[in-house]
Design a protein around this ligand. Structure first.
Ligand code: ADP
Ligand code: ADP
Length: 230
């Protein structure tokens, strides 16, 4: 069952000026419910642009994104976002628990429910014990887990991640990859993840969307079947 449809997406930066730059063109693919899709391609292929257009952080110049048949809206019930730059995405003056609570407070969830949801989200990434600590007291890998917990706190249907493991060391990256596979299994959430690392894409995903650089279009969609290996 298709939940996410990306249809003919094009993004031209600085459109109508002599700086015009077509970052992506005619990108189309679909994602089934519960599927894990990776978007790969060389640097500058438009991966981040594509993810920003899907999430509504950037407006496409042409084409459309629909989720369950309707335009995808950037609300925490629908969409969880995780970026590479976890250091900047967590607020240092808030505890980890309060960082995770942000999407919930923004939607005015009642205090008791919010507290339960924060504890549940942090536990789901193995960090129940850091709720009252601050992000700067944690390692980079742990901070990224907090960022994932925040993205999951509203139990979104779709998780979008942009190079989420690019800034951590190799062992931490392997741990985070396994964590996200486990979270996905437990929650049955649909995941779209951008990476430049083809090995990571093969390890994580059911399907890989390959973007080429010139022109920046979908070159190939590859099915990954690892059987029981994962
Ligand atoms: P939009 O078309 O979505 O409004 P803009 O073209 O206005 O986006 O660019 C958004 C911001 O990104 C601007 O502040 C611009 O300075 C900055 N920017 C411009 N060129 C680049 C680039 N090559 N890479 C990253 N950011 C850039
Ligand atoms: P990737 O994530 O695959 O490295 P990007 O989506 O970051 O690719 O960039 C695709 C192209 O769009 C590049 O040529 C980049 O310079 C350009 N670009 C990205 N962001 C902006 C922006 N905000 N304004 C103008 N150009 C941009």
């Amino acid at each position: 069952e298709t939940v996410l449809t990306v249809d003919g997406l094009r993004k031209i930066y600085n459109e109508g000026t002599d700086q015009a730059n077509m970052a992506i063109d005619a990108v189309s693919f679909h994602v089934d419910k519960g599927e894990f899709v990776c978007i790969v391609g060389p640097s500058g292929a438009g991966k981040t642009t594509l993810l920003r257009c899907i999430s509504g952080l950037a407006s496409p110049s042409a084409g459309a994104v629909t989720f369950e048949g309707r335009p995808l809206t950037n609300v925490p019930e629908q969409l969880g976002l995780v970026f590479q730059d976890y250091g900047r995405s967590l607020y240092p003056w808030l505890t980890n628990g309060d960082n995770v609570a942000l999407p919930l407070s923004a939607r005015r969830m009642p205090r008791a429910e919010r507290a339960a949801r924060v504890a549940e989200s942090l536990q789901s990434v193995g960090l129940g014990h850091v709720e009252r600590k601050y992000p700067w007291e944690l390692s980079g890998g742990m901070q990224q887990r907090v960022a994932i917990a925040r993205a999951l706190s509203y139990r979104p249907e779709l998780l979008l991640m942009d190079e989420p493991f690019a800034s951590v060391d190799a062992q931490t990256r392997f741990d985070l990859e396994d964590l996200i596979l486990e979270v996905r299994r437990e929650l049955g959430i649909t995941v779209v993840l951008v990476t430049h690392d083809i090995d990571e894409a093969i390890y994580l995903s059911d399907r890989i969307v390959v973007l080429s650089k010139n022109p920046s279009v979908v070159r190939e969609v590859v099915d990954v079947d690892l059987g029981d290996e994962r």
